[in-house]
Design a protein around this ligand. Structure first.
Ligand SMILES: [Zn+2]
Length: 402
């Protein structure tokens, strides 16, 4: 494993790669908006050596473990195969948006039909290596379903903490996989707090992506595959929905690392999409704008504006984006700032429309959260000079219909 250290994104404290701390032990005042999330760092000279040797990327693997030198695991784990999803051109959508080219990264083709499987694969690999028997997470659906599926395959006990508003269909998926489901009386943020408390008490392994620093590393592999699929070139734009901020931040990190290794010459502008009903990251980015000319984020992030109903009633029908306290805001904001990225918000009815367009003009059935990315891309292009001469990749993060 080529991990050199875990570095706190907030205070810079460094933990050894063997540390079992999920959060920075120095940042004890647990500000839920900025809890001291650790970032996995690698010995990039060694990674470069591995890759240069030709066998660096595991040619025999077609799942996430193909990119082993940039993953925080010793060896591929005995887990459900995730990643290796198709990246394909969607010419009708490109014409509609006026883009030179538009590619879809179809994450619905993962074992439990969403991108979260990439993170689960890394998390479960580490949990199994540590001989853990019980795992947990809080989730509006997809992450829990992913964890439940992978746990079923690996024979681990899985505790899923879901918000009150979780759809019956998603609860049924958890049931199918045999997970122990805990339905919170509140929203995602409350389910998250309940899961963390239970996890601490039980000594269980956490699959909360905002906290467990290793999970983002799994999500990174989507962008690594995008780069490889485009012949080790970056698209001009990479678009994804934003909840906690982990997924888009992970894509930014992947391209940053590839640039550091000299494997790509440029990096994509990251475009994050939230719902008009719940858009804390949009506001945080605006408030942080210009606050730190050195490019190093300092101080606490601004208070997250919910834009929706702060009492917890869902401000959007897109379940995975109904996150009022994005815990990985600092990570995402740093990645966005680095590439002149942006986060914008779209109304739910635009997401519905985009979902229909994705199905009718690209043959992909996506969930509302994923369709939001397409609607957001359209708005971004409208405000940013159009799409001519631009190539965009949209991450279709999940395919559950409700
Ligand atoms: Zn810290």
């Amino acid at each position: 494993m080529l991990v050199s250290e875990l570095r706190c994104l907030r205070c810079g404290h460094e933990e050894a790669p063997s540390s079992r701390a999920y959060l920075c032990p120095r940042c004890e005042d647990r500000n839920p908006r900025d809890p001291g999330i650790l970032d996995v760092r690698y010995d990039y000279d060694k990674v470069a050596e591995e890759v240069a040797r030709g066998g660096g990327w595991l040619q025999s693997r077609h799942d996430i473990f193909r990119f082993l030198p940039l993953l925080p695991v010793e060896a591929p784990g005995p887990v459900l195969p995730s990643g290796g999803t198709p990246l394909f051109a969607a010419p009708r959508l490109a014409r509609r948006l006026g883009l030179r080219a538009l590619y879809l990264k179809d994450e619905t083709r993962n074992p439990t039909r969403c991108l979260k499987d990439r993170a689960t694969a890394v998390g479960l690999t580490r949990a199994l290596q540590q001989e853990r028997k019980t795992v947990y997470c809080a989730s509006a659906g997809n992450a829990a379903i992913s964890l439940a599926g992978f746990s079923a395959h690996a024979g681990l006990e899985c505790h899923a903490y879901v918000p009150r508003a979780a759809s019956p269909e998603r609860l049924q998926w958890l049931e199918r996989y045999g997970a122990r489901t805990h339905i919170s009386s509140g929203n995602y943020d409350q389910a998250f707090a309940e899961s963390e408390e239970a996890g601490r008490e039980g000594g269980w392994y956490s699959r909360n992506c905002a906290y467990n620093p290793f999970l983002v590393e799994g999500k990174k592999t989507a962008a690594l595959e995008v780069a490889e699929g485009l012949g080790w070139r970056a698209p001009d734009l990479l678009v994804a929905p934003v909840g906690d901020g982990c997924t888009l931040a992970a894509q930014g990190k992947a391209f940053r690392e590839l640039a550091l290794l000299g494997l790509v010459e440029s990096r994509p502008r990251l475009v994050g999409v939230q719902s008009a009903g719940v858009q804390p990251m949009v506001r945080m980015l605006q408030e942080w704008e210009g606050s730190d000319p050195s490019g190093v984020l300092s101080g606490d992030p601004p208070e997250a504006g919910t834009g929706g109903d702060a009492t917890g009633a869902a401000g959007t029908a897109a379940a995975s984006m109904d996150v009022k306290t994005p815990r990985n805001a600092r990570r995402l904001l740093a990645e966005l700032r680095d590439v002149n990225g942006q986060v914008l918000a779209v109304e739910d009815d635009r997401m519905e429309e985009a979902r229909s367009v994705l199905a009718r003009e690209a043959g992909v059935v996506a969930e509302l959260t994923s369709a939001a990315a397409l609607a957001g891309l359209e708005d971004f292009l409208h405000a940013d000079g159009g799409g001519r001469d631009r190539t965009a990749v949209v991450l279709v993060t999940g395919g559950r219909e409700s």
